[in-house]
Ligand binder design. Structure first.
Ligand code: SUG
Length: 415
């Protein structure tokens, strides 16, 4: 039975605020703040438990090895190396698994397998180090080659940021869909992290039907306002596209292009006079998980920050009172991730598959949730101050915390 499985990134023990992502306003605003890796990781597990309790299939990906000594060597790091460069090798950014890969479910592909391409994330140094280690996990989790193909990342210079710039419209998760790739054009104040040619390469590699692919330019004004990925301003699920009115370079043309490939499209658009682009980006209203619940109604899992914004929450209440497809708006506390620009949707990678074909060591159940929670509580640093980055003591703690988790999940081969 094909179903959507959300693979959340477990927040790594080196989670910190180094202000590494140009164009990501939260990352810049929290630069130098102390971070709380244990609380961050427990917030993530609580979100996963919440979705599991809603009757949904839940998986996870594990933190990557940090600090990354190989990266420090490759940049010739020494005592004069700027702290921010050094911090790249300590980043826990793989928690945002919406950037781990782009996934095309089996019903969409020519060979009937689910295809996954890890994102090269070349725009940022701290993210560009992720993909080979991410692929090592995908190779284990999706080793069943009758059902999955895991590709290498597309080559630079085409920046690829994975599922964060990819949406899928379909009648139901298990039926054939239309895949929408959103890219940015370079030349603005901030980097456009998703290159059109990377998206087109992924679509070809996955064997998608060109008639079922749509390529759309992101609104340069949205990138400039801090929407460094499209999933900060829109999200899709089944027939529904939930989007800010200023998400795309040409909004009407974007709807027309999607509708030409997927006539059943239902757009739920939030106008700028109800919620400004700035407020949408501050609260991450659209960086939500739009989920189909077992009773077939849809719920939107949003950050707590949405409830604190009068304009966003007024709109959410209107949405719930309307007769539209989204019946519930449910806030969750992922504040530690939010402070680095990652909301509920950033923290998950959607894969449509039969859970029986996935390596069970990557699937959550009550027992594994308990193991993960206990390991985090026992081993994750409670607090990291920016000055701690680079310290040998912290490096030892971070490494042994990750090893403890790999060990309880019987994934020591990733060490
Ligand atoms: O790539 N933040 C991440 C946030 C990724 C959010 N993902 C999605 N929108 N899908 C990024 O900008 C901050 C790291 C730091 O500043 O230390 C960071 O990498």
């Amino acid at each position: 039975m094909l179903q959507e499985i959300n693979f959340d990134g477990i927040v790594g023990p080196s989670h910190n605020y180094a202000g590494l992502s140009l164009g990501n306003k939260a990352s810049a605003n929290h630069k130098g703040d102390p971070s709380y890796p244990r609380a961050a990781a427990l917030q993530g597990v609580a979100k996963m438990r919440g979705n599991m309790a809603r009757g949904l299939a839940q998986g996870y990906l594990l933190p990557l090895p940090r600090p990354n000594d190989a990266l420090l060597q490759r940049i010739g790091a020494d005592e004069n190396t700027p702290a921010q460069l050094r911090a790249a090798a300590w980043s826990a950014s793989s928690m945002w698994t919406a950037n781990a890969a782009t996934v095309s479910p089996a019903p969409d592909t020519a060979d009937g397998r689910c295809h996954l391409t890890p994102a090269n994330l070349v725009t940022m140094l701290h993210r560009g180090q992720e993909w080979r280690d991410t692929k090592a996990q995908l190779d284990i989790a999706f080793a069943d080659s009758a059902h999955f193909t895991v590709h290498d990342a597309v080559p630079p210079t085409f920046g690829d940021e994975g599922a964060a710039n990819h949406m899928r419209l379909c009648e139901g998760h298990g039926s054939a869909g239309v895949e929408v790739f959103v890219y940015g054009k370079p030349g603005g104040k901030f980097p456009a992290r998703q290159h059109e040619q990377a998206s087109r390469a992924v679509a070809r590699l996955h064997g998608l039907d060109p008639a079922k692919c749509v390529f759309i330019e992101q609104n340069p004004a949205a990138i400039e306002a801090g929407a460094f990925h499209n999933d900060v301003v829109s999200v899709a699920n089944e027939r529904v596209l939930f989007t800010h009115a200023e998400a795309f370079a040409d909004q009407a043309a974007a709807y027309d292009a999607i509708r030409a490939a997927f006539p059943a499209l239902e757009v739920v658009e939030v106008p700028a006079d109800a919620v400004s682009l700035a407020e949408a980006i501050k609260t991450y209203l659209f960086n939500a998980q739009l989920l189909t619940l077992p009773d077939q109604s849809m719920a939107l899992i949003v950050p707590e920050e949405c409830r604190e914004s009068p304009s966003v929450w007024a709109w959410a209440e209107r949405l719930m009172a309307s007769n539209g497809p989204i019946r519930q708006v449910i806030p969750v506390d992922v504040r530690q991730s939010m402070a680095n620009g990652g909301g509920p949707a950033c923290l998950r990678l959607r894969v449509v598959a039969d859970p029986a074909t996935v390596d069970p060591r990557f699937l959550l159940d009550e027992a594994r949730a308990d193991l993960i929670e206990h390991t985090i509580a026992a081993h994750w640093p409670e607090q990291i101050d920016p000055a701690d980055i680079g310290s040998d003591t912290l490096a030892t703690q971070v490494r042994s915390a990750r090893h403890a988790l790999l060990s309880v999940l019987e994934l020591d081969s990733l060490a």
